[in-house]
Design a protein around this ligand. Sequence first.
Ligand code: PEP
Ligand code: MG
Length: 766
Amino acid sequence: MSWNTIEPRRKRPENTITGSRQLLRKVRQIMSGEGSATDRLEYLVKTIARELLCEVCTVYILRAGEVLELFATEGLKSSAIHQTRLRVGEGLVGNIAANARALNLREAQNHPDFAYRPETGEEEFQSFLGVPIIRTGRVRGVLAIQNKVARQYTEEEQEALEMIVVVLAELIAGGELIGAGEQTQAEGNAILPTRLTGVRINSGIAMGEAILHQYRLSIRRLFSDDPEAENYRLSQALESMHESLDTLFETDQLSGSGEHQDVLKTYRLVAKDSAWIKRLHEATASGLTAEAAVQHVHDEMQSRMASATNPYLRERLHDFTDLAHRLMKHLSSENTTAAFDDLPEDVVLLARNLGPAELLDYEAHRIRAILLEEGSATSHVAIVARALDIPVIGRIENLLTRIDPLDPVIVDAENAQVFVRPGEDIQQMVQRTIEDREIQRRVFVEMRSQPPITIDNERISLNINAGLTIEVGQIDEIGADAVGLFRTEIPFMVRSELPNVAAQKELYSNIMELSGGRNVNFRTLDIGGDKNLPYLNKSRDQNPNMGWRAIRMALDRPLMLRHQLRALIQAADGRNLSVMFPMVAEVAEFEAARLILNKELERERGRNGRLPSTLRVGAMLEIPGLVWQLPALLKRVDFLSVGSNDLFQFLFAADRGNPLVAERYDILSPGMLELLRKIVKDCHEAQVPLSLCGEMAGEPIEAMALIGLGFRTISMSPPHLGKIKAMVRSLDTGRLSQYMNTLVGTADHSVRRKLTFYARDHGVQI
Ligand code: PEP
Ligand code: MG
């Protein structure tokens, strides 16, 4: 068959599935034939148009600068080729590229994104079906068909196009149509020093050379004549991949218990997901090679889930991306997981996202830091990185296009910033900071056995906030008095299903064990709103922070709270137990929760279980309204813990997650301090123990102010404890509280400056 011979149009096949198969066979012939990439592309659009009985078939390819250029057409004016260009997001084609999602429209003109380009002559076509051309998770172009009549394209027709774009993606990646350089062209000037910012995921400071985490596998053959043989290859590769994952996860560095073990267990389960494996086998049965099947199923999944914002779904999608590449390796001759040779000694690993298994593919001792375009504090890689003590920054926009391989990079995860190709002076400065921190760390370790007692002999109780087993495990090493806040929702968030009573009991008992007899304030689940659990229905709250979360959800769906309290009582097994309820807005809510706890105690007594030797039940004060019910509340609680993160955001009506307003007000404002002073006074009069467990407790100036107001127990994230202890040991509380009396009632926006000067003048280590 010659490229230019056009067969006469045939009638639409009776059976569209047979039609699609036939089309795929032809596509295969075209791809394995001779001719330039342009010739093949041209022939491809003609063939598709003929086989699917449509008047137009076009291919747009993404060029540098986010522009989609018409590269081939059957049916539109050929003079428009290389002339018609659309921005990503512009018109229907741009919409498909922007959302990585197909559009199947009976009447295209009615779509809000429809944009008519006169040079193409497309005004006479009504129906439109376009699918994105995706490769390695990125859109590379769009394939579209059109008809004059209003026609609803069938699912089979859409599937046929989705198969064909696998081929097209490879044709583009070949570099003949547009150069490989242009395909990966970096934005902006890549050689100047640059500073990037993101979100701190795991703290620390590090320097190293940038290594881009990427996959270099290509598909050589797309179609096979022997589906059974491909099926067999696929099964073999799956088997060997599962075996090698078991070996990979047996590393000594991760041998201890903790949530990272759950993360790895979940990953293993995803690797055995029956729906995924079934789809792979179906794709090989339809004539794709095992490699093309893996790619196809993955692209399909990626385009379906591309717009998911739910962190759990994004995590799953990433697991599948990792598994797809892993499986490819097992299908190819480079059947190895340790595919990273010649790594520099100090590696800063860059990725869009990274799975736990991918991280473990590297020699962990070389990884100084991880930078991600996505990622969050509860992402699986974050949990494993924390267990390995690797700093991580996430949500860095366009990270992969702004750093070149082997660029020198400084990662300041404390302040969530990255210096790319830094000048000599910055390198030296950071090197000094790293050394100073090391000295400081040693000082804090030496200080571990010294009590947090102020100059005027006030004992301050310094506690830690934790959410992971590994954080509680550090309690001895950092010399904290207790766990002031254990966020129980975090272990729930890393699991793929709701842990039952037995699993929760094991977790809480482990935490009590690791705390070595110190008090642990277990906060009951603070989920809902923006902290969704993957296995619960997603909330549709407009203001998630003020929505159906924490105790509100627990009282509406009491079974979950009952199970959690049951697990806590059983885990205590005759030891002390301390429980607190989050987001209490009124006394009645506390009482309702307390009643549920009483019922669970009753139940345990009824089955002759061991009850906690002492039980402390507290409330978190996070909602300003509760302050006006304090006298009534304090008669009913054993302790009170101020959640200043939430209290501050509700007091100032300033969303803590929105940088535009979160930093508008200062937590050291006279208003906030006045409120805290009232809480201290009321608790003191009622003789109810009080603590504060928001982020402010971990900042020296803020912590100093709290002590000046009368707080004697504060709880912070573990890395901050050393510096707070140093501050406490240099402080005279009597003098400070006298000074703080002078700040009452001022009209200042903030008293931060005044407090900073006070600290400097009085030798307080801040
Ligand atoms: C707080 O609100 O201050 C608090 C400690 O709870 P979280 O940060 O978990 O909401
Ligand atoms: Mg809170």
